[in-house]
Ligand binder design. Structure first.
Ligand SMILES: [Zn+2]
Ligand SMILES: [Zn+2]
Length: 250
């Protein structure tokens, strides 16, 4: 036991994964160590890296809202302005209430009671031209801000060669998030991202052609799993990821 304890206490830096070392070194360039640490995990998962990072933030925002802020007058005013959440985020709120602990339907009830009373008042004051919502969905707005922030961290991390190598082995980005990250990147990272994305699309195009060819009635060759899945990649690559389950759990 003593031996093990000593080895654990005196292990050298080279025993640590490289992303832990960079996480500490990168404090100077403004990328939070927590982001860097989590990035390694996300890069090993399927689909767009940014879609995952942003979706996690959306889920956390909803959980925090329902856990702590359903009595906050500013939140109620914000919900009244936007008449609640958009359809996509309302569905995500439903999943969070259903699947996560410590949040209950009564928090949602509290917020949407305010929304309902706001709309009753607007209906009674509406003229012939109808009523416009004052504000967009608060979570749509937060999502866009979160995407910019995560895109900026990712762009800065990709200046480091080990991160770039991990990124190159991952599934990369959807079209929309490619543009988000390029907007935040310096010139050399932006060029690497564009070249890398073009290569991914060339591969995708080849797989899509093979899928079509092998599905012809007069061709009996078997599809590879990459070819069989290529149409799904086309959908998320250009439309973003759709998750039918929560990414953050208790
Ligand atoms: Zn994406
Ligand atoms: Zn929304």
């Amino acid at each position: 036991m003593a031996m093990i304890f000593r080895r654990e206490r005196h292990h050298s830096n080279s025993d640590r994964p490289w992303y832990m070392l960079l996480a500490r070194e990168e404090k100077g360039n403004g990328v939070p160590a927590l982001f860097t640490y989590h990035l390694h995990d996300v890069l090993t998962k399927s689909g767009c890296v940014m879609c995952r990072l942003v979706r996690e933030r959306e889920e956390q925002w909803l959980w925090n809202l329902l856990y702590e802020y359903t009595g906050d007058p500013q939140i109620h005013a914000r919900f009244a302005d936007s008449l609640g959440l958009c359809g996509e985020h309302a569905e995500l709120m439903r999943m969070v209430v259903k699947r996560r602990q410590l949040v209950t339907p009564s928090g949602v009830a509290r917020l949407y009671d305010t929304v309902s009373r706001e709309e009753i008042s607007r209906l009674s004051h509406a003229g012939r031209r109808g009523m416009a919502k004052v504000n967009e969905c608060p979570l749509c707005r937060y999502r866009d801000q979160a995407a910019e922030r995560k895109g900026s961290f990712l762009a800065r991390s990709l200046r480091e060669e080990p991160w770039w190598e991990e990124y190159a082995l991952s599934d990369g980005l959807c079209q929309q998030h490619l543009e988000t990250v390029i907007d935040q990147a310096d010139r050399s990272v932006a060029k690497m991202l564009r070249d890398d994305h073009a290569r991914r699309l060339e591969d995708l195009s080849r797989l899509l052609q093979e899928l079509q060819r092998k599905q012809r009635y007069d061709v009996s060759e078997e599809l590879t799993s990459e070819e069989a899945n290529s149409w799904r990649e086309g959908l998320w690559r250009f439309g973003g990821m759709h998750f039918d389950h929560l990414l953050v759990s208790d």
